[in-house]
Design a binder for this molecule. Structure first.
Ligand SMILES: Nc1ncnc2c1ncn2[C@@H]1O[C@H](COP(=O)(O)OP(=O)(O)OP(=O)(O)O)[C@@H](O)[C@H]1O
Length: 343
């Protein structure tokens, strides 16, 4: 029996023209395997409604044709069901597609769908909102949106500018309860990653896996102007987790965060206001996704040059810290001398 598929196209996602997509589906989808329909979203939330109906009708495959927002809408409607998610990435950042090493190309994406290689993968929930890529608080919502947009603007300098904006951002104090441990952090952002990146290959959690039953938690401490270039380079070098001076990372299944007052959080880059208490939980193997069977996990690892760059940065940081310690000692010594001689 043929499998039923529905393609949900979000015409306003990303910047590419989507007029040719229905024709490409007709030409390239394996019609021996699938019978299909196409739906065009008319408003925000529509993709979720279409996907939810498809799930109730036991449709085998619902394909999100759009960016991470569209993927989120479709995916949250079909979690814990037999309906699988397919992705034709057409957004700005395409974080989930890039993490899964799906091709950012319509024709090649349809070829992947034809393989119908389905895996049960993890997703997460933050205060009731499902997320598939990342969620977070603090400066994270702003940053994840900006990183998703970065492709059009040349990532490195753009990201550096975004991080510089973060310097105006007032860090908050968070009480973090992970599994059985409680700790306090003054942080610029806290990000919980199911997948490794924000989009556009900006890796907030390079080693995050969607099949380990755990989320990667990244706590970014307040940083100075001088650190912005390093952090932005490390995001693209997949070495942010090796920056031990500004970043704390750990893995857990459940996380509770308390902050002083209500504020914004984001799920897959969509910001929303919520209370002072934030609960994040990982749901292991809760969503079926058509994956790229040729994907190579090693491509998510930094290469020798990228590792060397991080080591160099860390060494420079150590030297910088030593210099500022010596400067402080010198100032203290000079004050003591002035005091002693009553200058
Ligand atoms: N017809 C529509 N009119 C207005 N908004 C829509 C419509 N269809 C879908 N949307 C909304 O558009 C938003 C943006 O889409 P999406 O996130 O897929 O693209 P993007 O922002 O370009 O990509 P990315 O998230 O990868 O950066 C989605 O959150 C979705 O809810």
């Amino acid at each position: 029996m043929k499998k039923k598929a529905i393609f949900i196209i979000n015409l306003i996602s990303g910047t590419s023209d989507k007029a040719a997509i229905p024709e490409l589906i007709e030409q390239l989808l394996d019609k021996e395997k699938f019978e299909y329909e196409i739906a065009i979203t008319q408003y925000a939330g529509h993709a979720s409604e279409i996907a939810s109906k498809a799930k109730d009708e036991n449709v085998d495959l619902v394909v999100a044709v759009g960016g991470d927002g569209t993927v989120n809408e479709v995916a949250r409607a079909i979690v814990h069901s037999n309906t699988a998610l397919g992705i034709i990435p057409c957004g700005s950042g395409n974080g989930l597609a890039r993490h899964l090493q799906l091709p950012i190309n319509v024709k090649k994406s349809i070829e992947i769908l034809n393989t119908f290689e389905v895996r049960d993968l993890d997703y997460g929930i933050i205060n009731g909102y499902p997320f598939f890529c990342t969620c977070g608080m603090g400066f994270d919502a702003f940053i994840s949106l900006k990183f998703a947009e970065a492709g059009k603007r040349g990532p490195l300098t753009y990201i550096e500018n975004v991080l510089r904006e973060g310097l105006k951002y007032e860090p908050e104090t968070y009480t973090v309860m992970a599994d059985d441990e409680t700790s306090q952090h003054k942080a610029f952002l806290i990000s919980c990653a199911n997948a490794s990146q924000y989009g556009n290959n900006a890796y907030i959690a390079p080693q995050a896996s969607m099949s380990d039953g755990l989320m990667d938690v990244i706590i970014m401490k307040p940083f100075g102007l001088i650190d912005a270039p390093q952090i932005s380079i490390e995001m693209f070098n997949k070495t942010l987790d090796k920056n031990n001076s500004k970043i704390k990372t750990f893995r857990c299944k459940k996380l509770r965060v308390h902050r002083h007052s209500p504020g914004a959080i984001h799920y897959d880059g969509d910001p929303v206001m919520t209370g002072a208490d934030i609960d994040v939980e990982l749901k292991p193997k809760g969503i079926k996704i058509v994956v790229n069977s040729q994907a190579d996990r090693n491509l998510r690892k930094p290469n020798a040059l990228q590792n060397a760059a991080t080591e160099l940065f860390n060494e420079i940081n150590i030297i910088r810290e030593e210099i500022s310690k010596s400067r402080l000692k010198l100032q203290q010594w000079s004050k003591a001398v002035q005091h002693k001689f009553d200058l």
